[in-house]
Structures are given as structure tokens and as C-alpha cells.
Design a protein around this ligand. Structure first.
Ligand SMILES: C[S@@+](CC[C@H](N)C(=O)[O-])C[C@H]1O[C@@H](n2cnc3c(N)ncnc32)[C@H](O)[C@@H]1O
Length: 240
């Protein structure tokens, strides 16, 4: 369990972390670049040995972080599927209040070994860490105690069409009504883009915003939690 930052009481029962003041967009983009990427060629800013190994585009990630900091209710319970080195998970939580965080990742990404160090600076209580396949029934079992209770989820794990759909089918059981879900790579990765297009026709999620300057981050609000079926879970099949 890792936690960082000073804490203050929220209106609820859980302590909310103290956040960094949100700087202007240019400064936030600079902080993202200064945190270091996972790959200079792909992300366009240098890797820093002691950095966050971010897999994010500075412009769209800055816009997303700003949006969450200024428009979204702080999260008592948050979930990240697809963490890699954990840069995005950690950076966001300096500006957007997440009292507790659950992470799920296979642990097989080339930058995964940095997570052990990077998570020490996460400004959130690390409630549960699952190093496993998000589609495995045993993972769903571990997450079911949080059913209908999660305020915010960032989904950046399996980028295949069926794989992303399976994650969404699971996440929509876990989120509370009106909770937010972000999807990454909804512009750059054709399968994620296809899912994004289907999500636009969803009657369960409403489209909140797209942050698109390179890879694409899209934000959705769940109307009501929906139980997943066997077909949803095993095949990623069904209406989103
Ligand atoms: C693009 S990276 C995440 C990057 C991270 N969100 C960031 O911005 O720094 C995708 C991650 O998803 C993980 N992943 C892929 N398929 C998965 C699955 N089925 N279950 C859990 N994690 C998965 C990979 O191990 C990898 O760490």
C-alpha cells in the first residue's frame, strides 16, 4: 500500500488528498514533458531515468487533467486498468482528487518495473493492486466487492476491439451512477476508435468530452450500472 501527500477530510468518510494547484495549460504541458516519457520517438519528449515513463501526449493529457481537476467530482474510489510504469496514474492524482486507487495490470509491460518506484509518489491510498489479466474471472471476483461504488475509471489496458469491450463491460458494473470512465487511444488505435464510435451510440454511457491531439482520450459518464452477461465477459459481445 502506497500513499503520498498531505490529507484533508472530504465531505464523505474518506480522507481526500491535498492537490497541487492547477497551473496554466502551457505550464502543465511542461510538467508532463519534464516528468519524462516512456519513449522519445513515440511520445515526442525525452525519457528521464528517474521519471514517470508517461505514455501520454502532453497537449491532450494536459487538457484531460485540467478537465478532471476543474469539472469532475473528486473520487473516493478510482480504478486504473492498464498502468504500465504508472506515470499517468500518478500524474493525474496530483491534480484530481482520488482518495483511493485500485490498479489492474498484467505487469508485463517493458516499463512495468518502474511502477514499484513510481507508485511510492502516488497521491492516493493504493487500496488494491491486481497484477493479472483484467479479463480473468478471478480479477472480476476481486473487483466485485466494489460493484456500483467506483467514481472514476481510466481504461488503458488491452487495446484490441474485443479486449477493450470486455474491460468496458466489467467497468460499467463497477461504476456508480453518473461516474466517469476515460478511454485512451481512441484516435490512434483503430480498434479503440471503433469502440469509441460504438460508444457514441450507447444508451448506457453518455459522451462527455474528447481530448484529441494525438492518441485520443475520451471521457464518458455512466447513466446507471449494468450487470454484464456471460457473452459480454467471455466474448466482449453485446451492446455497449
Ligand atoms: C499503454 S499501456 C498503459 C499506459 C499507462 N496508462 C500510461 O499512460 O502511462 C497498457 C498497459 O495495459 C496492460 N494490459 C494489456 N492488456 C491487459 C489485460 N488484459 N489485463 C491487464 N492489463 C493489461 C499492459 O501490460 C500495459 O501495461
Amino acid at each position: 500500500m502506497a500513499s503520498g501527500g498531505m490529507r484533508q477530510r472530504s465531505k464523505g468518510l474518506i480522507d481526500m488528498p491535498t492537490l497541487k494547484p492547477l497551473p496554466p495549460r502551457d505550464e502543465l504541458m511542461e510538467r508532463i514533458r519534464a516528468s519524462g516519457s516512456g519513449d522519445f520517438d513515440h511520445f515526442g519528449y525525452p525519457v528521464r531515468e528517474d521519471g514517470l515513463y508517461l505514455q501520454q501526449d502532453p497537449a491532450e493529457f494536459a487538457d484531460f487533467v485540467s478537465y478532471m481537476a476543474t469539472h469532475a467530482q473528486p473520487a473516493e474510489l478510482s480504478l486504473d486498468i492498464g498502468v504500465a510504469g504508472g506515470g499517468q496514474t500518478v500524474f493525474l492524482r496530483d491534480y484530481y482528487g482520488c482518495a483511493t486507487t485500485i490498479t489492474v495490470d498484467l505487469g508485463a509491460h517493458p516499463d512495468a518495473h518502474h511502477w514499484k518506484r513510481i507508485k511510492q509518489s502516488m497521491n492516493s491510498q493504493h487500496l488494491l493492486e491486481i497484477i493479472d489479466d483484467s479479463h480473468a474471472p478471478r480479477v472480476r471476483e476481486q473487483l466485485m466487492p466494489f460493484k456500483g461504488r467506483i467514481d472514476f475509471a481510466f481504461v488503458d489496458g488491452d487495446h484490441s476491439y474485443r479486449g477493450l469491450r470486455k474491460d468496458i463491460f466489467m467497468v460499467r458494473e463497477l461504476l456508480k451512477p453518473s461516474a466517469l470512465m476515460a478511454l485512451h487511444d481512441t484516435v490512434e488505435v483503430p480498434d479503440c476508435k471503433r469502440v469509441h464510435n460504438e460508444m457514441l451510440r450507447s444508451e448506457i454511457f453518455e459522451h462527455v468530452e474528447d481530448f484529441n491531439s494525438k492518441f485520443g482520450i475520451s471521457l464518458w459518464r455512466l447513466k446507471q450500472p449494468v450487470n454484464s452477461t456471460w457473452l459480454n465477459r467471455i466474448g466482449g459481445i453485446g451492446r455497449l
